[in-house]
Structures are given as structure tokens and as C-alpha cells.
Design a protein around this ligand. Structure first.
Ligand code: DGP
Ligand code: NA
Ligand code: NA
Length: 209
């Protein structure tokens, strides 16, 4: 009989800018690999592709793009990575993803005149995460951290609207993690959640958004 290979889990980190997502994603990938698992880091937007370079220029304010058009580009950037994601997941690699479709909806939805339902449509059909970890940080904690950079969206007023959208989008099975603690404590909490998800996802099909 053929031995069926178990798949990896699709783990997504969401949250506002400066809550420590990227640091935690990378620590988690290292820890999972050290424990003998297979894990890879991915991030969206993935700026290295042709679409990603267009998005990057827009975020760096080197170019202007119409808001609906750039929303579709962010989505296209996720879609173009789907074959790679499925290949890795099906070969047993767990993907630790820094932002995904929920950021797409929360950020575009923070712009005037955008309806969240409209924003969701281009991402319908993407691989559904096995676990979303939503990192939260109080405005007081956030203000103690490094100042915002100069990219588009990096201002308090916009980030507050993004946070409100995440509150609307969050689903019952998201893990809400308070990011206002030490890097190591946060890592420990996240690692125990994700270790369980990796185990419980092994024999489940990959669902779609
Ligand atoms: P990062 O590289 O994680 O700092 O993300 C770059 C910025 O782009 C950040 O402010 C979040 C925002 N962003 C991420 N995904 C999307 C998306 O799909 N749509 C929009 N409008 N913004 C996004
Ligand atoms: Na950023
Ligand atoms: Na980040």
C-alpha cells in the first residue's frame, strides 16, 4: 500500500503594523524546523515578483495607483503564489505567512467608499488558513515601539480604521494573541498554538476562502 504523505499547515499572521508579526513568524519557522518539522516563511505582499514590484513602488509612494486597481493587484499577488503554496503544503511543508487576504480587506476597507463585501471578492477561492493568529497591541503599547516608517498607510488614523476592520473580519476560530509581552513569551504562546494546528491539519483537506 502506498504511504500517504501528510500535508503541512497554512498558518497566517494578521494584525496592524508594528505588532511584531514578522519577528514572530521568523522565530516560529526556525523553531518548527529545529523540532524536526518542515516550515517556510512567506509574506504578502511578496515584493519580488513583477506584480509585487508594482505594489512596492505604490507603498513607497513612488507611484500612484487607483484604489480598486491596487486592491486587485494585492489579490493577484496572492493568487500568483498559490501554485507554490499548494506544492509546499502538499509536500508536507508548513507555511508561516506574514499577512494574507484579511489584510487585503482590512487595509483597502479603511479607504473611503469601500465596502468590505466588495473587498473580499477577489480573494474568494484562495487556500483557507488552518489557523489565523491575530496579534493585537494597545495604542499605548504601540506608541512605545519604534516610530512608523514613511510608507503609505503608516499613520495612526489609518491604522485605527484597519484595526476596526480586523475586529469585523475576525472569525470564531482565530486565535487572538496579545502582542504586548516579551518576544520570548509571545513566541512560546504562539508555538504551542501552532504545534497543535500542525498536528490537527495533517489529515484534513485544504479548504478555500
Ligand atoms: P508589510 O510588508 O507587511 O509591512 O505590508 C506592507 C503594507 O501593505 C502594510 O501597511 C499592509 C499593507 N497591505 C498588505 N496587504 C494588503 C492588501 O492586500 N491590500 C492593501 N490595500 N494593503 C495591504
Ligand atoms: Na509596513
Ligand atoms: Na511586518
Amino acid at each position: 500500500m502506498l504511504h500517504k504523505m501528510t500535508r503541512g499547515a497554512l498558518i497566517v499572521f494578521e494584525g496592524c503594523d508594528r505588532c511584531g508579526k514578522t519577528t514572530q513568524c521568523k522565530k516560529l519557522v526556525d523553531a518548527l524546523n529545529r523540532d524536526g518539522g518542515k516550515a517556510e516563511f512567506m509574506r504578502f505582499p511578496e515584493r519580488s515578483t513583477a506584480i509585487g514590484q508594482t505594489i512596492s513602488g505604490y507603498l513607497e509612494k513612488k507611484s500612484e495607483l487607483e484604489d480598486h486597481a491596487v486592491h486587485l493587484l494585492f489579490s493577484a499577488n496572492r493568487w500568483e503564489l498559490v501554485p507554490k503554496m499548494l506544492r509546499l503544503l502538499n509536500s508536507g511543508t508548513t507555511l508561516i505567512v506574514d499577512r494574507y487576504a484579511y489584510s487585503g480587506v482590512a487595509f483597502t476597507g479603511a479607504k473611503p467608499g469601500f465596502d468590505l463585501q466588495w473587498c473580499k471578492q477577489p480573494d474568494v477561492g484562495l487556500p483557507k488558513p488552518d489557523q489565523v493568529l491575530y496579534l493585537t497591541l494597545s495604542p499605548e503599547e504601540a506608541s512605545k515601539r519604534a516610530a512608523f516608517g514613511t510608507e503609505r498607510y503608516e499613520n495612526t488614523e489609518f491604522q485605527e480604521r484597519v484595526a476596526k476592520n480586523f475586529e469585523i473580519l475576525k472569525e470564531h476560530d482565530w486565535k487572538i494573541v496579545n502582542a504586548g509581552k516579551s518576544i520570548e513569551d509571545l513566541h512560546g504562546e504562539i508555538k504551542s498554538i501552532v504545534t497543535q494546528t500542525v498536528e490537527s491539519s495533517k489529515d484534513k483537506p485544504i479548504l478555500k476562502l
